[in-house]
Design a protein around this ligand. Structure first.
Ligand code: HEC
Ligand code: HEC
Length: 367
């Protein structure tokens, strides 16, 4: 820069400065407002979305494959290129080079121009660094195997996930939470009960990540062991995810097949329903898993006699009077001393309920 250029520059600098904003208090106050807004957003995220905590470190787990957060992936990958004893040197050395380089940049790159095109050294250096970080990050993700605790992805489609999750639920959870998460008495622990998991209260009230944590960590104070591999349980992350997909399916309407709908519509045409031919098949399909071998509410639907006489609040059927029969009220979702909606959470089709009521009104015979 010759002295003329310098004068010119200083003059323009003065002009700009005169028309500019003050750092204190103008710029600072703007910064303060934006920082406050970001802070509020962070607090809201922490309170309402939460952060699932990571499992504790387990020094005896030799199968553990470390995987840093994505923003450290590049450094993680970089270290893989250095043999063991040089890793320390690489970390300290490279860090030093980068920091010294940043400090030195104003001394290498002394031009007065500010546009990136006029500052080739700085611009190229920055592009190279960003590109290298991106390349290393991708390389790191691709070459780091998935750890055992994460597990293999189960099934491609949601239906496959639901099926796999359902099997796992039946194997690991149903004894305490019921076949369909309806809750009730814990098997082998008379008097101890669980609350329903298939209720809107539970399903709408919990994020997937929260449910994941509840299953993975268990409820140690309340008699449910940990299920996550990380906590010494039997299920990997993907298996727990499949169970959650299955649990979510409780809140979805059942899939309707054309054949199924036709069969249900045909029920309306049956004027004098038979217990054996028309009513029993509905009980078998919709009630038996909770009112057969498992006896919820003391009620069994396996035989005609049990249908008529069993139950903690027996009789639940008043022959000839569906309107006063506990069972019919429960099918309609009316609260009774014996309980509410049957089956819990998933009402029968109106045509099925009408048919059972017709059968009761005609005398609830064993026909
Ligand atoms: C030995 C019995 C037992 C087994 C097996 C069991 N649980 Fe639990 N679980 C409980 C108890 C007891 C609670 C305490 C809350 C309650 O009373 O409902 C609980 C709580 C929960 C909760 C939290 C409920 C809430 O309202 O906060 C979830 C979710 C859950 N269990 C899911 C599962 C899943 C999924 C499995 C299978 C992988 C499973 N449980 C296996 C007994 C069990
Ligand atoms: C997912 C399990 C489940 C299914 C399926 C189910 N129930 Fe129930 N049922 C229960 C539970 C649990 C109770 C105990 C009351 C309660 O907790 O609400 C009960 C109670 C009852 C009672 C009251 C018994 C008494 O005397 O106290 C009747 C009647 C009944 N169910 C009828 C049916 C019928 C009819 C169906 C099929 C259309 C059906 N249930 C399907 C779980 C189920």
């Amino acid at each position: 820069m010759n002295s003329e250029e310098k004068q010119d520059y200083l003059k323009r600098y003065k002009e700009k400065k005169a028309e500019g904003e003050l750092f204190w208090p103008d710029a600072i106050s703007k910064d303060a407002v934006v920082s406050l807004a970001i802070f509020v957003v962070l607090i809201c995220l922490a309170v309402f979305a939460g952060v699932p905590s990571e499992p504790p470190a387990n020094p005896s787990d030799t199968a553990y494959i470390p995987r840093p957060e994505w923003y450290f992936m590049w450094a993680f990958q970089l270290l893989k290129y250095f043999p063991g004893q040089f890793e320390g040197i690489a970390i300290v050395g490279l860090g030093l080079v980068i920091v010294v380089g940043l400090f030195g940049l104003p001394f290498f790159d002394r031009g007065p121009k500010r546009h990136p095109r006029n500052r080739p050294i700085a611009t190229v250096a920055m592009i190279l660094i960003v590109a290298a970080m991106a390349f290393l990050s991708i390389q790191g993700v691709v070459t780091t195997p998935v750890s055992e605790a994460e597990g293999k992805i189960i099934g491609g489609t949601k239906a496959e996930q639901v099926t796999a999750g359902g099997e796992l639920f039946a194997e690991h959870c149903a004894d305490c939470h019921g076949a369909d998460g309806e809750g009730g008495e814990i098997k082998d622990k008379p008097g101890e009960v669980t609350a329903p998991l298939n209720s809107d209260d539970f399903l709408i009230g919990h994020f997937d990540d929260t449910i994941f944590q509840l299953i993975s960590y268990g409820q140690p104070g309340e008699g449910m062991q940990a299920f996550g591999l990380a906590y010494g349980g039997a299920l990997n992350d993907q298996e727990i995810r499949a169970i959650i997909t299955f649990m979510r399916s409780w809140a979805e309407p059942e899939e309707e097949t054309p054949a199924g709908n036709e069969a249900v519509a045909d029920l309306a045409k049956i004027e004098n329903p038979s217990f054996a031919k028309d009513v029993k098949p509905i009980f078998d399909a919709k009630c038996l898993n909770c009112h057969g071998k498992r006896v919820k509410g003391g009620y069994k639907v396996d035989t005609y006699d049990n249908v008529m006489t069993s139950g903690d609040n027996a009789p639940v059927i008043v022959a000839g009077d569906a309107a006063n029969s506990t069972l019919a009220k429960m099918l309609r979702g009316i609260k009774t001393p014996a309980g509410g909606q049957m089956p819990p959470g998933k009402p029968l089709k109106p045509a099925q309920i009408d048919l059972i009521e017709r059968w009761i009104n005609q005398g609830a015979q064993n026909n």
